[in-house]
Design a protein around this ligand. Sequence first.
Ligand code: 5RP
Length: 225
Amino acid sequence: MEELKKAVAKEALSFVDDDMVIGLGTGSTTAYFIKLLGELIREEELEVYGIPTSHQSRLLAIESGIPVISLDETDAIDIAVDGADEVDPNLNLIKGRGAALTMEKIIEYRAGTFIVLVDESKLVERLGEKMPVPIEVIPAAWRAIAEELEVFNAKAELRMGVKKDGPVITDNGNFILDAKFERIEDPLDMEIELNTIPGVVENGIFADIADVVLVGTRDGVKKLE
Ligand code: 5RP
């Protein structure tokens, strides 16, 4: 599995050019890309800037020698590169296992080209088939929102930290609800609908945003677009 992640990360380097501003996603697959990008910048003396989507990616980018800037310091993001938890045949995504979905969507929505890196186990026929949809919520509203999600036939759980002694806190100081849906008929409709619930900051359905998906398979990297 790690080899497949490395292979897609390497393939994503072919989208990188001099003078680019690159959105840097979060997660184990993107971590390979960030490290490789740092090496490429050094070797080819590129002038490339990274916009990280989380504290985690920011630290890794700095460690890897990538100059980082924030969204308000640039007019345009050329490309963004990130992993995903599920990808459907129309390239709609579920993201947010790393709890960084809000900043990821802010940056990836604005990128000229959004490139997604996954291994073949992430491909599904229908979004929500395997994974819950992560929803970032204002802490005071978590229980109310969890109940309101029942209207959508979803069962939501508050995401707890690894030690189970408290909730996961996002980079924005919020909680994450993981909502398991019985069925997501229309990802774009559901994405919009969820964001109308007061107290929801953002949800992990990324409908109609991905431009290219690089899939790591045992027979090599496949490109979906
Ligand atoms: C973080 C994300 C990640 O991109 C997603 O969870 C995939 O991670 P990994 O590459 O580790 O499987 O959405 O919020």
